[in-house]
Design a protein around this ligand. Structure first.
Ligand code: ATP
Length: 295
């Protein structure tokens, strides 16, 4: 049996820099795993017949059949490694769903890491990422974790120094946002990115500032293009950002395609107070911190 943390991710920088003919979008993003996580337990017993069983706790809305990304990750792993057998997966869900925190992707990544370990590491990290990429654009990053510059459609990872330790609060409230819907809105606004320019310089500036002067000095450069479209339909985004900023956040910004918001705080006490204020406001909120790569 293997127990894996499936950490949520936040985006310190997220720009869309192109759209491929098949509808996938090219991005430039700085992704970072944080300590908010699901707990994923995996058991594997070789057998003639394959059976994948998934149990969940913590969120009744999460599918437990093949609609679950973690279920499909197990199936893909068995096929790719030429194995058959019984896989039992248990997900203790803590990461808010459809919130831009890559919870489903992280669960799938945890299953791939766990099965590979349980089977004696038949697949390389690159092979696991290739399987993950067929299921979801964020999965390769979620397999590796820590900090990464992520480009292409999410499959090209350049591991970076992780975000320096700091105090974070992640919060969300209201309806989730569908990532395809949010990309569709950006397509409307940016003419399907026909004239987009691929530029990773602003993201590299954030990395350089964090390394030289720490997180706080890099905060003004954080960016998320989805803030152009999502807060218009999910007003809680701006409201949660305001609560964070009123409670001493150095920066508050939406993560991924939202609607979750993260704030950066200078002290643990500030982060705790902001988290309490957000919960009073009605939000689901967590204090967390950046985490290192899994490998
Ligand atoms: P991303 O930013 O990668 O789009 P997200 O954090 O916005 O991810 P998820 O929490 O991964 O969104 O879930 C989006 C949808 O995927 C959910 O509505 C759910 O029905 C489906 N889903 C499939 N597997 C999972 C899983 N293991 N955990 C959560 N949702 C899952």
């Amino acid at each position: 049996m293997k127990i894996e943390r499936a950490n949520a991710k936040i985006n310190l920088y997220l720009d869309v820099v192109g759209r491929l003919e098949n509808g996938y979008h090219e991005i430039v993003s700085l992704m970072q795993t944080v300590s908010l996580c699901d707990i994923v337990t995996v058991d594997y017993l070789p057998a003639e017949q394959t059976a994948i069983l998934l149990n969940a706790s913590g969120n009744d809305a999460m599918p437990t059949d093949r609609r679950n990304l973690a279920w499909r990750a197990a199936e893909k792993f068995l096929i790719a490694s030429g194995r058959r057998g019984e896989v039992r997966i248990t997900i203790e869900k803590h990461i808010p769903m459809a919130a831009g925190l890559a919870g489903g992707s992280s669960d799938a990544a945890a299953v791939l890491r766990a099965l590979n370990a349980l089977c004696g590491k038949p697949l390389t990290q690159d092979a696991l990422c290739a399987i993950g990429a067929t299921l979801g654009a964020d999965i390769p990053f979620c397999i590796v974790g820590g900090g990464s510059m992520v480009t292409g459609i999410g499959e090209t990872l350049e591991p970076t120094d992780p975000m320096p330790q700091c105090h974070l609060v992640v919060a969300c409230m209201g309806e989730g946002v569908s990532t395809p819907w949010a990309y569709g809105k950006l397509d409307e606004q940016y003419g399907f990115f026909a004239n987009a320019v691929q530029n990773d310089a602003p993201a590299r500036e954030i990395l350089a500032l964090m390394k030289r002067d720490g997180v706080v000095s890099a905060c003004p450069k954080f960016f998320n293009l989805f803030e152009e479209v999502v807060p218009k339909v999910q007003p809680y985004v701006d409201q949660l950002k305001s609560v964070m900023l009123q409670n001493k956040a150095v920066r508050a910004m939406m993560s991924g395609s939202g609607p979750s918001v993260f704030g950066v705080f200078e002290t643990a006490a500030d982060a705790d107070l902001a988290c309490t204020a957000l919960r009073k406001f009605g939000a689901t909120a967590f204090v967390c911190h950046p985490t290192k790569a899994y490998f």
